[in-house]
Design a protein around this ligand. Structure first.
Ligand SMILES: NC(=O)c1ccc[n+]([C@@H]2O[C@H](COP(=O)([O-])OP(=O)(O)OC[C@H]3O[C@@H](n4cnc5c(N)ncnc54)[C@H](O)[C@@H]3O)[C@@H](O)[C@H]2O)c1
Length: 424
């Protein structure tokens, strides 16, 4: 019998530990914030833990002044602000105004209300492009130049080359811009990073399994590739991003992918919560996508995404291998647990991280960077716009590799049936 694995419960003493930057919610003056988008990611939902307004409130306390909410859905924005009047954070929203567009906000505000950070929490179809109506970042750069932006993931839905132009413009303007890949801020992830750095490890492989509970996904556009771009770009983007975070850049030419699709016999799902027949056949999402690739370092990566589970909880595991080491991150969204196996040993150490809140840490780090005014601290923003564009490009390449293999499969099936007919 082997000995029991050692288990360590890491207390989330302070989320500031990750960045080593100290900040104090009681010091400093008002901290003006502009929210763009009054939806779930900004004001919360019962569907998940995301709610950026709460994290800003926790970080800044009474110093938080939400100067405005920009959303074409004025009613929704006003409702979200009104709901804050019954909370301990009500003072932060007493002067909050509502505008339909960034331009309207920029024209109307007084200089004392200039935001110190702009949170862009709108769906990706409205941003990350150079096309009017889809170019929110360009609107911000034009009307509110120089103000740091925190943009949600994925960075876009349109063609990658347009997003790269946006990224260049952000870089040229020198605007600080972080992206909401919050898994990078998990204590477990930072612990893995620390050990890899301390021991100068070479990552040899990454393996990811991401199984979504499809029964609980009732947003109809998630099921429609023409609107949400499919589950790799919209959902597995978080773990694709983690893969790059640990193993570096992917050699995009090496990506291969196989899909199990809706029209194949094992692809039938009995509990889809929307009417999939209303979605064009070519736009329906794969049930399974299995992909492999080489990193530019020579390491190998793999990712399998499954829209297969019912109920509400997802099942997700992410593994990183190096000589003698296995790092296995389990359930990163809900209850991150890290298993570490070290050289010369069969035993897996187990680490749990009580109350770790990566959504808070990403906001906290960003605010601290802005307040410090120190460029050297910018590395505490773990996901930049330019970096997030590479994750976007990577996820598109996986989707396209899957579509190519489906097209080949269909062409072969057609050819075989034609051959069958002609030989009869
Ligand atoms: N990091 C995470 O875990 C996480 C979690 C949830 C959502 N998200 C991301 O956040 C983004 C928003 O998702 P959501 O669930 O909040 O969407 P949502 O549909 O709930 O809300 C989006 C809001 O944006 C508004 N909007 C649309 N166009 C706009 C524009 N041009 N200017 C201002 N407002 C505009 C809409 O009217 C709506 O009120 C998506 O990219 C999503 O992937 C990330």
């Amino acid at each position: 019998m082997g000995s029991r694995p050692p288990t360590y419960a890491i207390q989330a003493r302070s989320v500031h530990d990750v960045s080593q930057i100290s900040s104090d919610e009681t010091s400093g003056g008002d901290f003006n914030v502009l929210f763009i988008g009054a939806g779930n990611v900004v004001f919360g939902t019962t569907e998940g833990p995301w709610n950026h307004s709460l994290r800003f409130e926790k970080k800044l306390g009474d110093r938080l002044k939400v100067v405005a909410v920009v959303d074409p859905d004025i009613t929704r924005a006003k409702k979200a602000i009104d709901a804050k009047s019954n909370t301990p954070a009500k003072a932060s929203y007493e002067q909050t105004k509502v505008f339909r567009t960034v331009e309207e906000f920029a024209t109307a505000i007084h200089s004392k209300d200039t935001p110190r950070i702009i949170l862009v929490g709108v769906p990706p179809a409205f941003r990350g492009s150079t096309l009017p109506g889809h170019n929110l970042e360009q609107q911000v750069l034009k009307h509110l130049p120089g103000i740091p932006m925190f943009v949600e993931k994925p960075v876009a839905t349109g063609p990658v080359n347009r997003t790269l132009v946006v990224s260049q413009e952000i870089g040229k303007a020198g605007t600080l811009c972080g992206v909401g890949y919050m898994l990078r801020y998990l204590q477990a992830v930072q612990k893995m990073k620390r050990i890899i750095k301390e021991h100068d490890l070479r990552v040899m492989a990454t393996i990811t399994r991401y199984a979504a509970a499809y029964e609980s996904i009732s947003v109809d556009h998630w099921w429609d590739k023409s609107r949400s771009c499919g589950p790799i770009i919209e959902q597995a983007t978080h773990v694709a991003d983690l893969s790059r975070y640990f193993a570096g850049e992917v050699d995009l030419k090496t990506i291969r992918a196989q899909t199990l699709d809706w029209d194949e016999e094992p692809g039938f799902l009995s509990e889809i919560p929307i009417d999939e027949s209303k979605i064009k056949e070519d736009n329906r999402i794969p049930r399974v996508t299995a992909s492999t690739w080489k990193y530019q370092s020579g390491a190998v990566g793999s990712l399998i995404h499954l829209a297969v589970l019912q109920g509400t909880d997802y099942s997700c595991e992410f593994e990183v291998y190096a000589d003698g080491y296995l790092f296995k991150l389990v359930n990163p969204y809900v209850k991150p647990t890290l298993y570490i196996r070290r050289p010369g040993n069969d035993i897996e150490e187990v680490y749990t991280f009580a109350d770790d809140d990566p959504f808070y840490t990403e906001v906290s780090n960003f605010v601290d960077v802005i307040e410090s005014g120190d460029k050297r601290k910018e590395s505490n923003i773990f996901s930049t716009y330019a970096d997030a564009c590479k994750t976007y490009e990577f996820t598109w390449a996986i989707r396209e590799a899957g579509e190519r293999s489906r097209a080949k499969r269909k062409a072969r099936a057609l050819w075989e049936s034609e051959l069958g007919k002609s030989s009869r």
